[in-house]
Design a binder for this molecule. Structure first.
Ligand code: SAH
Length: 195
C-alpha cells in the first residue's frame, strides 16, 4: 500500500467521541499520521509500539503497512473506538489497556502523539518510556522542546536525528483555544539509539 492509500484509509477513521481534556486527547491528522508510519516503513522497522494510541490512527497506519504493531492506551472509550476503527479497515494491531508507565517491551520503533504538557510529568513520562523501549522514536511535541529532548536523549543514549515542523488543527472541543490557535505548530522529532 502506498502513502496516499494509507492516508485515504486513515482519513476514514473515527476520532474521539468525547475528548478528555485531562488526557490531552486529540487526533493526529491523517496526512501527518501517514507520513510518520510511512517513514517507519521505509526505514524497515518491523516491530512498532504506539504509546497513547487514542482512536488508533498511528497503530492502524503501521498495521496497514504490515508492521507488527502494539498499541497502548489508558482510556477505555478511546480504545473501543480504536478497535472499531481497526475492524473497519481490516487492521489488527495488538491493543493493550495500560498506563504507558507500566508498559514494558522492546521495539524497533515507537510512534506517538503524546500529551504536550512537559511542565508536568504527563508528556515527559511518554518520552522517557519511548526512549527506554524504542530503538527509534517518532514523537510529536509542542514548540521549543528540542533542548529538553536533547538532554533526555543523552540520559537514554539516544541521538536526535531529525525535527520536522507541521501544523495541526485542534478540535473545537478545546474551548479554551482561540480561533487562531486552532492551528497549532508542532514538531515531529526523530531519535535513534546510539550503537
Ligand atoms: N495517538 C493518538 C492520540 C493522541 S492524544 C493520535 O495520534 O491520534 C494522546 C493519547 O494519550 C490520548 O488518547 C490519551 O488518552 C492517552 N494517554 C494520556 N495519558 C496516558 C497514559 N498515562 N497512559 C496511556 N495513555 C495515555
Amino acid at each position: 500500500m502506498n502513502k496516499t492509500a494509507v492516508k485515504q484509509k486513515l482519513s476514514e477513521l473515527k476520532g474521539f467521541e468525547n475528548s478528555r481534556i485531562e488526557l490531552e486527547q486529540y487526533l493526529t491528522p491523517a496526512e501527518l499520521a501517514a507520513d510518520i508510519v510511512y517513514t517507519c516503513y521505509m526505514q524497515g522497522h518491523k516491530t512498532v509500539v504506539d504509546l497513547g494510541t487514542g482512536t488508533g490512527i498511528l497503530a492502524i497506519g503501521a498495521d496497514l503497512l504490515n508492521m507488527d504493531v502494539t498499541a497502548v492506551e489508558v482510556d477505555r472509550d478511546a480504545l473501543s473506538t480504536a478497535e472499531e476503527n481497526a475492524a473497519k479497515v481490516g487492521a489488527s494491531p495488538n491493543f493493550v489497556r495500560k498506563d504507558v508507565t507500566s508498559f514494558n517491551g522492546k521495539f524497533d520503533a515507537v510512534v506517538m502523539n503524546p500529551p504536550f504538557n512537559v511542565q508536568s510529568d504527563e508528556g515527559l513520562k511518554f518520552w522517557r518510556k519511548a526512549l527506554e523501549i524504542g530503538d527509534n522514536v517518532y514523537g510529536l511535541a509542542g514548540k521549543g522542546f528540542s533542548t529538553r529532548l536533547k538532554r533526555l536523549c543523552d540520559e537514554y543514549n539516544h541521538e536526535l536525528i531529525a525535527r520536522e515542523a507541521y501544523k495541526i488543527g485542534l478540535p473545537a472541543s478545546y474551548e479554551f483555544h482561540t480561533e487562531e490557535s486552532k492551528s497549532t505548530p508542532v514538531d515531529l522529532y526523530v531519535t535513534r539509539r546510539k550503537k
